[in-house]
Design a protein around this ligand. Structure first.
Ligand code: SIN
Ligand code: MN
Length: 224
């Protein structure tokens, strides 16, 4: 990404690296790609496993709605079938989405080889309405240290990206807007992160999403 000329571009959102191995690339998805992803996510939300608020073992329910591809994540394991929803096998993760994940790594790490061998086998599609949040957590049910690729569409959120030790400081609050890419790998792969706030009305309905926020994370489960 180009740097703004001195004195210009003060409002341009620049790429940042909040921690080693963690990269935020604003505006990575084209408007066309965002529309395609919204359309695809609508289809996955219908089935074979319908999107739902995930139930937690303690009895709580997540405010985010989730549908999975490739493997079904239910706290705190991956399975091929959605035993906590309708027992159906989840939809396949399409090859074009894995390709997008490889391209994301190349651009985020500015390294033509960064996507080599990256074969995400699951995607979690999360939908946030204006009240939804996600508490600080680690993505640690995968048996792989391969990076997580995160794509955001719709309303802007405040994404809190922390450290690998605890859910507390130090952390960095980052505005993830529609089209933004965030990658966390290497020393940041198991960092705590969460979504503290969604900013209703900040998304462009031209994406196909009239309201709310869509986030897709691509991951390698390391499972057979
Ligand atoms: C997640 O942590 O799995 C989702 C993060 C996000 O919605 O940006
Ligand atoms: Mn996560």
């Amino acid at each position: 990404m180009t740097e703004p000329l001195p004195g210009f571009g003060g409002t341009e959102r620049l790429r940042s690296r909040p921690a080693p191995g963690a990269v935020h690339v604003p505006g990575w998805l084209s408007p066309q790609r965002q529309r395609e992803l919204v359309t695809a996510c609508r289809g996955w939300a219908r089935g074979p496993v319908p999107i739902r608020h995930t139930r937690l073992p303690g009895g709580g329910v997540m405010s985010v709605q989730t549908v999975c591809l490739g493997w079904h994540w239910q706290p705190y394991a991956y399975k091929r079938t959605a035993d906590d929803v309708n027992g159906a096998r989840v939809a396949e993760l399409p090859g074009w989405l894995a390709d997008l994940g490889r391209a994301a790594l190349v651009d985020a790490y500015e390294d033509a080889a960064a996507g080599d061998g990256y074969a995400p086998d699951t995607a979690l599609v999360n939908f946030y309405d204006g009240q939804a949040r996600m508490g600080m957590h680690q993505d640690k049910d995968e048996r792989s240290g391969a990076p997580v690729v995160s794509l955001s569409i719709g309303d802007t959120c405040v994404f809190r990206f922390g450290n690998t030790e605890s859910r507390n400081r130090p952390y960095t609050d980052i505005e993830l807007a529609s089209g933004d890419l965030f990658v966390f790998g290497g020393p940041s792969r198991f960092a705590y992160h969460g979504v503290t706030k969604v900013r209703p009305g900040t998304g462009d309905p031209a994406t196909g999403l009239a309201s709310g926020r869509l986030n897709i994370t691509l991951r390698v489960t390391g499972l057979e």
